[in-house]
Design a protein around this ligand. Structure first.
Ligand SMILES: Cc1cc2nc3c(=O)[nH]c(=O)nc-3n(C[C@H](O)[C@H](O)[C@H](O)COP(=O)(O)OP(=O)(O)OC[C@H]3O[C@@H](n4cnc5c(N)ncnc54)[C@H](O)[C@@H]3O)c2cc1C
Length: 433
């Protein structure tokens, strides 16, 4: 057990708990059984107290799969033994150890002619941690990454092994870490496919508000970025896939031509960190994330905040975003607007409704960010905005709890698997119950 303080990826906060890093599932089960309070940590890319533990904090990083091409960039001193995923060629399902990063899984699948249908903006995050917080990418037809889940294996509060599938699956897709220590997950895959991306900008803010539906359907995945410093979206990223690649690219988006040089989502940051643009086709895993697996994602020194707003309120919420230019001046590095399709997970912010995601990369200044979070909440709360489970917010927990119609079902499932609440922390109690 380690007493060294563990900070999150961006260094914006310290994760509470005494770190245990088992090298076998038997050791992990033993650590769970002997603790009164347990939480798991993935790749530590969350920004709030979702991971905190009052006692034991377990990382399964030694049981992750590392693709040989990425071991040098994994950030690990010693690569763990390769815990190979298992691909079932007949069903297309892949079983993968929970702390494996999307980057490693994507390469494993690529070698076998398969892919996941979508990715978040970065592939550096662990599978279990991403699913637990309803991590998503973009695309009118693309739901959260947890929509691919077909089975979960976990260590329960007694240290026993459980398999969750079928009717329990919608409870387990987005678990906030409250159901147990997830050891492996089975995900549905698709045939490998190519994607190409072209970046347009700057596009006038009004044109995005008025043309949002049309713009978000220009490709398989579309992201609009604004720094809110001027009345524009500095860049609109259009990612096309499959048969979309047969059609010519639009010559312009809302009157703005495509850029003729690579761009980083945060203006001024080296575009070498971003995935290839200029319409050059490549594998899905190397285009759908904005950030390259072997480079630093985003800004690094940052705090993130995000609201998911039901799609029917897109235009009002976009205007509310513009209204944040003044309160967020000097604090916002970039804001991103994406589309996320409805899914069935009980704790998904997109539960049975298509949403628009309003994301903010803010400077890493905890006090100043905390001071403006009420303004961000006031902008999106009137449109039933749900905060992202892995990011900071000043939302009213009672308002948020009321937005999840299957919340009680989740609590029942959690109570069945973990009657004494060993895996529940303050975060789960505050936001779910
Ligand atoms: C640069 C950057 C870009 C991002 N881009 C996106 C994006 O495009 N879309 C988006 O939606 N989000 C995005 N995020 C947020 C990120 O996807 C989430 O915070 C996600 O949870 C990170 O995964 P992780 O492995 O780091 O999880 P962690 O932060 O380590 O953990 C998150 C939760 O998962 C639980 N957990 C982890 N492992 C296990 C396990 N084995 N068993 C049970 N519970 C477990 C933890 O207890 C915790 O509750 C971004 C974050 C950063 C820093």
């Amino acid at each position: 057990m380690s007493t060294v303080a563990l900070s999150n990826w961006s260094g914006s906060r310290t994760i509470a708990g005494a770190l245990v890093e088992p090298t076998s599932l038997a050791d992990a089960a033993e650590a769970v059984a002997r603790s009164r309070h347990v939480r798991a940590t993935g790749s530590r890319h969350s920004f709030n107290d979702v991971t905190d533990s009052a006692e034991t904090l377990i990382s399964l990083r030694h049981l992750a799969y590392r693709h040989p091409r990425l071991t040098a960039t994994s950030g690990e001193d010693v690569p763990p033994p390769a815990v190979e995923p298992e691909l079932d060629e007949a069903t297309g399902r892949v079983r993968v150890s929970s702390s494996t990063r999307y980057a490693d899984l994507a390469l494993y699948l690529h070698d076998r002619g398969r892919s996941l249908p979508n990715f978040a903006s970065l592939p550096h995050i662990s599978v279990a941690g991403s699913l637990a917080t309803a991590t998503h990418g973009s695309g009118v037809g693309n739901p959260i990454l947890a929509a691919q889940l077909s089975a979960v294996e976990l260590i329960d509060a007694d240290g026993g092994t459980r398999l969750l599938e079928d009717e329990e699956l919608d409870g387990a897709r987005v678990s906030l870490g409250a159901l147990g220590l997830v050891t492996s997950m089975a995900l549905e895959t698709v045939s490998a496919f190519e994607v190409a991306q072209t970046v347009y900008g700057p596009v006038p803010f009004d044109a995005v508000v008025e043309g949002f539906e049309e713009i978000s359907r220009l490709g398989y995945s579309v992201s609009c970025f604004t720094t809110l410093r001027e009345d524009v979206f500095e860049s609109v990223w259009v990612k096309r896939a499959g048969t979309e690649l047969d059609a010519p690219w639009p010559s312009e988006v809302a009157g703005t031509p495509a850029m003729d040089e690579p761009f980083h989502p945060i203006p001024g940051v080296d575009p070498a960190n971003a995935t290839a643009q200029l319409g050059e086709a490549g594998p899905s895993w190397d285009r759908l994330p904005h950030f390259r697996a072997d480079h630093m994602p985003s800004a690094g020194e940052e705090i993130q905040c995000e609201y998911l707003v039901p799609r029917q309120h897109a235009a009002e919420a976009l205007r509310a975003l513009r209204g944040l230019a003044e309160p967020l001046a000097g604090l916002v590095q970039v804001a991103e607007v994406r589309s996320v399709a409805a899914d069935t997970a009980w704790l998904s912010p997109m539960h049975r409704q298509d949403c628009v995601a309003f994301h903010f990369t803010l400077v890493r200044d905890t006090a100043r960010v905390a001071a403006v979070l009420p303004a961000v909440d006031a902008a999106f709360a009137p449109y039933d905005g749900r905060p992202h489970w892995g990011k900071v917010t000043a939302a009213d927990p009672a308002r948020v709890r009321a937005l999840y119609p299957r919340r009680e079902d989740f609590l029942e499932l959690a109570a069945r698997l973990d009657p004494d609440g060993k895996f529940r922390n303050d975060f789960v109690r505050r936001w779910v119950g």
